[in-house]
Structures are given as C-alpha cells and as structure tokens.
Design a protein around this ligand. Structure first.
Ligand SMILES: *Cc1c(COP(=O)(O)O)cnc(C)c1O
Length: 455
C-alpha cells in the first residue's frame, strides 16, 4: 500500500476511462428539470432539440444511466492530451510546512489551456454525427470559445463564437487563437442579432456579459438551418463529459492506495467541480466513502454562498429554459473580476441540488487573496495558474495551513483547471498593486433576486 508517490502520477493511455460517469443516476434527489419559460412545464426532448444536438439532449435528460460510453472518436482525441497528470505538490507542502498531503489534477496541458476541451470535443462530435453544419456559442474570458474552436476544427464544423465585449477587447490573443482554428468571433452584444440590438439600445456602451452572449448565440443557432447551440458549463451533459477528470483522478489515487479526505474545486458554472467530484460524490451517495467537498467561488459573484435556490433564467435575454439553481438573479452584473470563467450568475443544477442536500460545502474568496495564492503557487510549483483555478489553490492552501495548526495529515485534492497565460493583464494589476476586491452589497443582490421569474 505505501508505494512511494511520484511527483506526477500518470495513467497509461489504456487507463483513460471508456465511459463517463453520470452521478445523477445515484442522486436520491434528482436535479430539478429545465422548464419551458412560456408554459413552465418541463422541457421535452423535442423542445430541447431545437437548441441542442439530439444525443446531447438525451444525455441532458438522462437521470438514470450511471455509465455512458465514450465514443471511440472522442477517446482518440482524448489520447492526444490525456490522461492529465495528478501531481503531488511536494514542494508546496514543504513550503507551507504542513503535514497535509496535497495533490492537484492539472487540466491545462492542451492549447486551449483548460478542462473545457473535454466537453467541447464531445459536443462537436455529436453535432458532426448528426450531420450539422456548425455550432454557435458564447465565451467569456475565451477558454470555452478556444476549446470549441479546436474541437470544431478537428471535426470540420463551422463555429460561431459570441465573445463578451470586454474580453474581446482585452484579450485579442484569445480571439486570434480562435480565428486560427477557423472560428468566427463576434463581440457581444452585437448588431447581428435581435437581442443584441435590443440590449445595445437599452445599454449603449455596455461591456457585455455571459448571459447576454448566450442569448445572442442561442438566437443565431435557432434561426440558422443546420446549426445548434452548445454551452461550456452549467448543463448536466457538460458535467457528464467532465467526469473524465474525476474518473482519472480516482484511478490514479486508487493505484497508489491513497484516500482523499477533501476535494476542492473552483465553481463558475460548476462543470470542472462537478466532473472532478463525480465518482467521489457517487461513493458518498452510495454510502461507500465520505469526503469533504468544497466549491470555491469569487466573493464578487457568490452564487452558492449568497444566492438563492430558485428557478431562474440562464441568460439575460430570457430566451433559454429556466433552470433551478443557486443564483444571484439573471440580471446580476458581476463586478469586473479577473476570473472571467467564474462570473456566471447561476450554478449547475446538479451541484445546486447536492449543495442544498448538504453533500458539498461552498466558500467565497476575495480576488487579491486568490492572486496571492496564484503567485505563491507559480513560484513554488512552477505552473502559472489561471485566475479561476487559483480560487481552488487559495482554499487548498488555507486547508493545508489549518492542518499545520492541528497536526492532521489530511489528504487534499484540488482541481487545477488551467493555465493563466492569457490572463497577464490581471497578473499585471496584481503585480502593480492595483488589484481591487469587489464585493456586492446585500442590496445589489436583493435587487437582482427580486426579478426572479415567478414559478
Ligand atoms: C471556465 C473555467 C472555469 C470555470 O468553469 P466551470 O464550469 O465552473 O468549471 C474554471 N477554470 C478555468 C481555467 C476555466 O476556463
């Protein structure tokens, strides 16, 4: 059992999972269904298939099948950049002088630089298999758009990306990566859609938001023959694809007889966290093992810690189905936090249900504390982390320091979702001492929650 743990635990190619794990199959309280905003009845497969690919609709609605086979074409693509290493953070442990054992699962080893490629390739595959011409999507900071561009290039699909305007302007290199992979990139809100024109006339000079870009992308997908919309987080299907992260992590730990005590991940829409914890939460649900699971969110966009569990719109334009989730209200405009991937007003309904059932905990952290942890991690472990991922680093360090006080030898596993090479403006602000912490007031949150749909 006490095999020496290497710095990096690599699985072999043949150990890449052959099936995704659908944790909903083992949840007693299933996540609430998406509702049609007009009728307030659960969305049917037919209704959903106007927006999403057929196979993905099936996965979205499937609350009972625990394992869903990963098609060979997707597995072959995974082989180009997976399995992702599980790293023992020996250097960080030593620096912190903690008795805790820290591991991180690193998902930044691909050009898109994050875990998002795991679902992008799956969604592109099903779109291609259905004979579609292309897909539309939104992107905030740009990671999802990049991942989807790569996936679409691989399968020869057209890719139209609506990029939140402020990111489009601040991250020209992200935009060029997407264009290099053949995607068209439009700053949102734009004049190319009805909803975009409406938002522009109401809020001229707006920086845009994820919710608004989603509305535009959905409008284009549903008005263009041969196109469907794809989403990079929040949905059940995305958490399903991301379970590859957790399955690999579990396999690597099992190989060395290591049992995690605590699993930590950042939570924007909840896909990396949902994927990382899936097999562990499954064990917890089946009563086979227990874990502390901690979702980490920015103090500027605290859906779990200060939001409400209710049905809400997924987008600003209110064209998408209603989802029951922890939400700050779809009209909530998060302050300009540098972790663009964590600026969504809501949260995956699977994770929301698990949180409501007390199966996972949540914590919010301030931006400057996050970058302090990011800088420390970069200097000690070598990897320059994405600001989003650094939320998990922050809490992993905090928990390791608690272990130092108590002398407990806890095993901490956290998700290092990506690299921060395109976030150097944020690092620059931090390095120059110009980074600020934005925390919404109770009144701001109350105001946006007062506009929740009445269901
Ligand atoms: C998008 C993103 C996230 C947050 O998205 P989730 O769906 O909550 O996982 C976290 N880290 C990175 C690097 C991202 O790109």
């Amino acid at each position: 059992m006490s095999k020496e743990i290497p710095y990096k635990i690599y699985l072999s190619e043949s150990e890449i999972p052959t099936a995704w794990y659908n944790v909903r199959a083992h949840m007693k309280n299933k996540p609430a269904p998406l509702l049609n905003p007009g009728t307030l009845k659960p969305m049917t497969a037919d209704e959903l298939s106007a927006v999403f690919c057929d196979e993905l609709v099936k996965q979205e609605l499937d609350d009972t099948t625990p394992y869903i086979e990963i098609p060979e074409e997707i597995r072959n693509f995974y082989k180009m950049y997976r399995p992702a290493p599980l790293v023992r953070a020996y250097c960080l442990e030593e620096k912190l002088k903690t008795p805790a054992k820290i591991y991180y699962k690193f998902e930044g080893n691909n050009t898109s630089g994050s875990h998002k490629l795991n679902s992008a390739i799956a969604q592109a595959y099903y779109a291609k298999k259905q004979g579609l011409k292309g897909v539309t999507t939104e992107t905030g900071a740009g990671q999802w758009g990049t991942a989807l561009s790569m996936a679409c290039a691989y399968f020869g699909l057209d890719c139209k990306v609506y990029m939140v305007k402020v990111s489009y302007e601040q991250k020209p290199f992200r935009r060029e990566v997407m264009r290099t992979y053949g995607a068209s990139v439009t700053p949102s809100p734009s004049e190319t859609t009805e909803i975009g024109r409406e938002i522009l006339s109401k809020f001229p000079g707006t920086n845009g938001s994820l919710g608004c870009a989603i509305s535009e992308a959905v409008e284009v997908a549903t008005h263009t023959p041969g196109y469907r919309y794809v989403l990079g987080s929040v949905l059940n299907q995305v958490l399903l694809h991301q379970s590859v992260i957790g399955l690999e992590t579990k396999a690597a730990l099992d190989k060395y007889g290591v049992k995690a005590d605590m699993i930590i991940g950042c939570a924007g829409g909840g896909s990396n966290l949902g994927g990382l914890i899936a097999p562990f939460l499954g064990e917890k649900l089946r009563g086979e093992a227990d874990y502390r699971i901690i979702a980490v969110e920015p103090a500027s966009c605290p859906s779990f810690t200060r939001g409400t569990y209710a049905y809400d719109f997924c987008d600003t334009g209110m064209v998408c189905p209603l989802a029951k989730m922890y939400t700050l209200g779809s009209s909530f405009m998060p302050a300009p936090n540098h972790a663009g991937g964590l600026r969504y007003h809501g949260m995956s309904s699977t994770l929301s249900q698990a949180y409501d059932d007390g199966l996972i905990e949540a914590r919010s952290v301030k931006q400057t504390d996050v970058f302090e942890a990011a800088q420390m991690f970069a200097r000690i472990e070598g990897i320059l982390p994405a600001p989003e991922s650094s939320h998990a680093i922050r809490v992993a360090i905090d928990e390791a320091l608690k272990c130092k006080e108590t002398g407990e030898e806890k095993t901490i596993v956290f998700g290092l979702t990506g690299t921060g090479y395109f976030d150097m403006v944020a690092y620059q602000k931090f390095n120059d001492g110009l980074m600020e912490d934005y925390i919404p007031t109770d009144d701001e949150i109350k105001a946006s929650l007062s506009k929740l749909p009445k269901v």
